[in-house]
Design a protein around this ligand. Sequence first.
Ligand SMILES: Cc1ncc(C[n+]2csc(CCOP(=O)(O)OP(=O)(O)O)c2C)c(N)n1
Ligand SMILES: [Mg+2]
Length: 550
Amino acid sequence: MATINGATLIARSLKQQGVDYMFGIVGFPVVPIAIAAQREGITFVGMRNEQAASYATQAAGYLLGRPQACLVVSGPGVIHALSGLANAQQNNWPMILIGGASGIDQNGMGAFQEERQVLVTTPFTKYSHLIERTDRIPYYVEQAVRTAWYGRPGAAYLDLPDDIILGRVDEDDVRMASTIPPTPRSQAADVDVEAALAALKTAERPLVIVGKGMAWSRAEDEVRGFMERTQLPFLNSPMGKGVMPDDHPLSVGAARSLALKDADVVLLLGARLNWIMHFGMPPRFDPKVRVIQLDISPEQLSTNVPTEVGLVGDGRAVMAQLNAAIDSSPWQFPAATPWRDAIAAKIEANRGSIDAMAADDTVPMNYYRAFRDIKEAIPRDAIIVSEGANTMDIGRTQLNNAEPRTRLDAGSYGTMGVGFGFAVAAAVVQSDRPVVSVSGDSAFGFSGMELETICRYQLPITTIVLNNGGIGGGFEDWPADQPLPPSGLSRTARYEKVCEAFGGQGYYVEDPADLRPTLDKAISSGKPSVVHVLIAAQADRKPQEFHWKT
Ligand SMILES: Cc1ncc(C[n+]2csc(CCOP(=O)(O)OP(=O)(O)O)c2C)c(N)n1
Ligand SMILES: [Mg+2]
């Protein structure tokens, strides 16, 4: 009778459930799993730190629309990957973490890399379980993948002890699980669809906020159809950018503060009223703002602001319901209203102050000058990865996304260090798209050694480092006899040489005149490259009406 070992069974089960990519680092006791995964047709991407591998896994899951796997060793490997679990949970992105564990027969003995892994992963997952018998591996894999994927997506953890990985069972005794069908596309109640449209029609100053839930549910066609029908002003959330193109005439992105503050009815589409949206509260929102909310999970309704109408269901399915209801009783927000005029005037005023900074050729550059060229150099279909404080916040306003799921950033959790993992995932799972990552000099440092991964796999990723000499900025000259400020980083570092060290291309730009040609060269080369751009150490954002973060 043929036997099968745990490593092969886990690889085969993952492949059966649509896992085509595994990011990770091998060692005790997971080497056989990685080898089996390759044999079963899963692409294994070996990385340099489990944090980056866990970030890559969730980005791959988000881009592909189903969970992928991260493979890590016991103890410290699992602990490093906690960062990814937490980030995935906060972003509502699916991922499966497979952690090796010391043998069950050594539990509690002080085994090599022994850790209570189910315990430590539980707060950061939707599902966390020990696999205690080799023949039950398919059962647990199915549960983990389905739980991470269905409903509000998130992280799942499977604990695989050494003796379970190496254990052999008769193939005839193994019950393979059934293959999980795509996520159910649940619809909202018809009365709620009607109530939502009725509420929208009463708005004088309506605003649609498009979140990454719409990107996740692949609702872009339906959302675009809804905007064409209703002509409502809209704002993209940071990673909702591209579901509606940023350069669409109905976008209020360039008058964000005004649109949020004065809207009387907000239609939230797969977005949350968390810190990114200032909790939906004063002073950034009208205290009397009315909220219509579409979300996959009912428990999200009324978070921070009571929901007037809840549309609970799959983003794409519910948007199709809204469009059908409008088709049977057409309605449009009028073309000429004081609300549209106020938004247009604000967009115009904001453009003036930004244009002046973007035209300033002073050396070292300010952010807006740098982003002027970066924006023009980035191909329209590129995936843009971004992290940093000023670098990410200003970049979000200055760089356009034209297509859904083309922006990956520090996200709801604000995690620095995600960029390289996200970029690796994007280049691996969407190899037809250029990948451009824009990172602050601090953000670059968290996972910088993944440049070796990028160069080893020859991934066509251009990483642009905007160096202002610190966390949110540094100093041009710091007196040698003074202790360095906590936020200060090296002003003379040559980040581009890290890429050269691994066989990639490195460029250093100080003069604004050199920026565009250098970016074009790097991006069009299709080779791993780092473009290091020196930014004035005290360069800042355009004057803000509200200071909401330090
Ligand atoms: C894991 C993690 N550690 C620390 C922080 C705190 N933090 C927020 S932004 C940031 C870096 C900002 O500096 P940089 O990347 O250079 O961008 P800049 O604002 O200078 O453009 C840090 C360390 C964080 N968000 N995440
Ligand atoms: Mg910086």
